[in-house]
Design a protein around this ligand. Structure first.
Ligand code: 26Q
Length: 829
């Protein structure tokens, strides 16, 4: 069985206990008799790690021996969360470890709480990368991740009593990290600045010299597959100064200068940028991008060269997936290596490059498309800037011929498609570079991929043909997002299906087997009891961490995601105020008929995102008022839970009755938490956007609460707002009453919120006023549906049962088959 295959010989409870105690005494150099919880966590983690290392070694040896084509997932973000629980579950050893830890006098739950999240990401894009690693290993695919080992992850969010977000650093490596293996011997020199001189010898070659050189050092994070020996690698690079024999700096006596340079080398991987969905021309960010792509590519090429194949075989052995445009420099860097170092013809190099690289787009918001000023790029990466200009000319001359033939005299088209946007300064359009440098381009949900094809990359589709542009709808790993975060539901599913979870967790369509049980009253009771228990688990957590009492007998209504105007947390909080006003106007008799509701928000705002921070203030101050209002507090309460993280999501998601995914239509590329909620039996309130659409197709539209305008209407409505503005009182009286309430000072100094309200009153780019009425209606339908609890639980069961499509195993197999052309490479076969 898989158990014997993936476990070492010493994985019975007695051996595990021995191993843990041994780690306490040797690795930690502590006495076993006065161990604290933190020490017990460290020792258990080290013991689990021993298993991972053995599997990792066997897996990597197998890859070396079989030399399969490999895929490399390049992502500046990997939002991993905690590892211990996930590793024990994937190894099938959690019960044994629990027993051992018990014997040693500790509680496993307490141990797990000791681990800090690895929060090397902002949100969806980073968590997607983490889910894809889990699925790649679980599917036994030869896939590695490449990223940066930030010394500081996403900032820790503190909320002041007045609702101000404060940011504190996240020094997650302060305690030792048992999940990484430093590979100090695996390192590469990375150059910045300097001069690039073309040889002008009839070849496209150039010499790039001078400037600053820093060292990239590898740290390997083991990624265990679920119920398989396959354990993949996530290689994270750390920057440090190159300490060579630079006689000049010795002779000059410039010791402080040398130390200064070392500081700037360390700076490259010091911190994750906390901005998402916005571009800004920070030099250090561009330095991070090049440092990481250059080190990763050097590593791949060194591994490829060990195979002894001709360099032109690269596309047969390597597929590189770009997680958004952040790693786009891999394209000019690969061209530089092939042209300058391998002395290949430009055309040959370009062919290799465009057969190796694949690009996933995650946004169509214009302000989020990455652009870099040409002067900055020229200064930092002079050779790459030359290559980008050359690609542009080369591509343009091809374009020119084709475009001239297809679209005679269309100069606008060439200007639109150029890699360089004219202006002061000129800017490099990274999405265009990623597109023309890639074999395939994909979006992350059907609607989004359509928008990519018809808006931002329309011209490229017309030129290169539609088949290069396709879709891979996002997914989530059911291991973390069901088995790990909701063990009771997982157990209930296995019991009901009479199928071991080792089967259905890797074949998620099996959940459909739950459908007949919707008619089983006893099963429904159990289903509802799990949800109730999860609410109580959250309530206990909130009590312990924030000292607040939550009514666990209410409907739980959750919106947790990065704060963004397009995600419209404002719509939600304005809706809460509307509900509050409505409740206040009711008689005590009427109120008795109302079902209590608890609304949860969580999410971080980028530190410089002024409007998003005001939204948090509004939420917190509304909570401060309504949670103590004796007329309504039993019927409506509101919480903003600070410092949203993967670990907090794991507690919150299994509690939801409904969750909100209410972006303006056409703005949310996919969303992935929508999938997590549905997999755990929560229903969606959402707009017709991103993956909400496909979720509804799968679970049945009767089980989703849709509202709002559709994507095709959005542009016209915006146009109307700009050119024929209608006063709010006329446009949306219900919302006008909410604004009046806020302006009356009901939630503190109204002036604080004015800039936020103004964005809605004038312009209303995200169409709050257009969707407000139908939003309120949708929430009323939720209330009504919730009255029939039997029917509600049926909806919940059906939703979970039909979520099979959204397993990230499906996504990763699509990438493997239709993009990368790689196959499973199981260990020991
Ligand atoms: C870019 C340049 C400079 C600095 C930062 C950035 C940057 C960083 C992070 C830009 C974007 C991001 C993150 C984007 C993101 O998380 N997008 C989300 O990706 C998910 C996975 O595909 C989708 O489900 C979400 O819809 C999408 O918003």
């Amino acid at each position: 069985t898989w158990k014997d295959a993936i476990r070492g010989p010493d994985t019975d409870t007695t051996s595990i206990t021995k191993s843990v105690v041994n780690h306490v005494q040797t690795s930690l150099a502590r006495q076993a008799y006065n161990l604290d919880t933190s020490g017990a966590y460290q020792a258990a983690a080290l013991s689990v790690r021993d298993n991972l290392i053995l599997n990792w070694n066997d897996t990597q040896l197998q890859y070396t021996r079989k030399a399969p084509k490999r895929a490399y997932y390049l992502s500046l973000e990997f939002l991993m969360g905690r590892t211990l629980d996930n590793a024990m579950l994937n190894l099938g050893l959690k019960d044994n470890y629990k027993e051992s830890v018990d014997k040693l006098g500790f509680n496993m739950e307490d141990l797990l709480e000791q681990e800090r999240d690895a929060a090397l990401g902002n949100g969806g894009l980073g968590r997607l990368a983490a889910c894809y690693l889990d699925s790649s290993a679980s599917q036994e695919l030869p896939v590695w991740g490449y990223g940066l080992r930030y010394r500081y992850g996403i900032f820790q969010q503190l909320i002041s009593p007045e609702g101000q977000q404060l940011e504190a650093p996240d020094p997650w490596l302060e305690m030792q990290n048992p999940w990484e293996l430093p590979r100090l011997d695996v390192n590469y020199e990375i150059r910045f600045y300097g001069q690039a001189e073309r040889l002008n010898d009839g070849t496209p070659r150039a010499h790039w010299t001078g400037g600053q050189e820093v060292l990239a050092v590898a740290y390997d994070v083991m990624i265990p597959g679920c119920y398989t020996k396959s354990t993949n690698n996530l290689r994270l690079w750390e920057s440090k100064p190159k300490r060579g024999f630079d006689l000049n700096s010795f002779n000059a006596g410039n010791y402080e200068g040398a130390v200064g340079e070392s500081n700037s080398a360390f700076a490259i991987t010091s911190v994750l940028y906390p901005n998402d969905q916005t571009t800004f021309g920070k030099e250090l960010r561009l330095k991070q991008q090049y440092f990481w792509t250059a080190a990763s590519l050097a590593d791949m090429i060194r591994r490829f060269k060990n195979l002894g194949k001709p360099i032109t075989d690269i596309p047969d052995y390597i597929a590189i997936q770009l997680n958004d445009t952040h790693p786009t420099l891999v394209i000019p860097e690969l061209m530089r290596i092939l042209v300058d170092e391998e002395d290949l013809d430009w055309d040959v190099a370009w062919k290799i490059t465009t057969n190796t690289v694949f690009y996933t787009n995650h946004t169509v918001l214009p302000e989020a498309l990455e652009k870099w000023p040409v002067p900055l790029m020229e200064h930092l990466l002079p050779r790459h800037m030359q290559i980008i200009f050359d690609i542009n000319m080369y591509a343009l001359s091809h374009f020119l011929q084709t475009v001239e033939r297809k679209f005679p005299n269309d100069r606008d088209r060439l200007a639109r498609m150029s890699l360089i946007e004219e202006g002061y300064p000129q800017q490099v359009r990274m999405a265009h570079l990623a597109c023309i440098g890639s074999k395939k381009v994909n979006g992350v949900a059907e609607l989004h991929s359509d928008l990519v094809r018809t808006t931002i990359l329309k011209d490229f589709v017309e030129l290169e043909g539609i088949s290069k542009f396709s879709n891979v709808t996002n997914g989530i790993t059911p291991r973390r997002w069901l088995d790990q975060c909701n063990p009771e539901l997982s157990a209930l599913i296995s019991k009901t299906l009479k199928v071991d979870k080792s089967v259905w967790l890797k074949d998620l369509d099996r959940l459909e087997g739950l459908l007949p049980f919707t008619e089983d009253a006893a099963f429904r009771e159990e289903w509802a009891a799990v949800k109730q228990h999860n609410k109580e688990r959250l309530a206990a957590h909130v009590k312990a961490t924030l000292g607040l009492d939550i009514n666990t007998h209410a409907m739980f209504d959750v919106q947790i995601k990065r704060l963004h105007e397009y995600k419209r947390q404002t719509l939600n909080i304005l809706g809460v105020i509307h509900r509050y006003i409505t409740l206040k106007a009711m008689s005590p008799e009427e109120r008795k008929k109302v079902n209590p509701r608890v609304v949860f928000f969580a999410g971080k705002a980028a530190p410089g995102y002024y409007i998003a921070k005001i939204t948090i203030r509004l939420i917190v101050n509304v909570a401060n008022i309504i949670n103590v209002d004796p007329d309504t507090k039993d019927l409506l309460s509101l919480y903003f839970l600070p410092d949203y993280s993967v670990s907090l999501a794991e507690i919150l998601i299994p509690t939801s009755d409904i969750s909100q995914h209410i972006s303006t239509a056409g703005t949310e590329a996919s969303g992935t938490s929508n999938m997590k909620f549905c997999l755990n039996g929560g229903l969606l309130v959402g707009t017709v956007d991103g993956a909400n659409i496909e979720i509804a197709e799968s679970v049945g539209e009767e089980n989703v609460f849709f509202f709002g305008h559709l994507t095709p209407a959005v542009e016209d409505l915006r146009h109307e707002h700009r050119y024929h503005p209608v006063p709010l009182e006329q446009k949306c009286p219900a919302l006008a009453r909410v604004f009046e309430k806020i302006s009356s000072g009901a939630f503190g100094d109204a002036g604080v919120y004015e800039p936020l309200l103004a964005t809605i009153r004038t312009g209303d780019y995200y169409l709050i006023t257009e969707d407000f009425d139908s939003y309120i209606q949708a929430l009323a339908m939720v209330d009504e549906a919730y009255l029939d609890r039997t029917e509600w639980v049926k909806k919940s069961i059906r939703t979970t049962a039909r979520m099979g499509k959204f397993s990230s195993d499906r996504c990763i197999m699509e990438y493997a088959d239709s993009y990368w052309n790689i196959e499973p490479c199981p260990v020991g076969k």
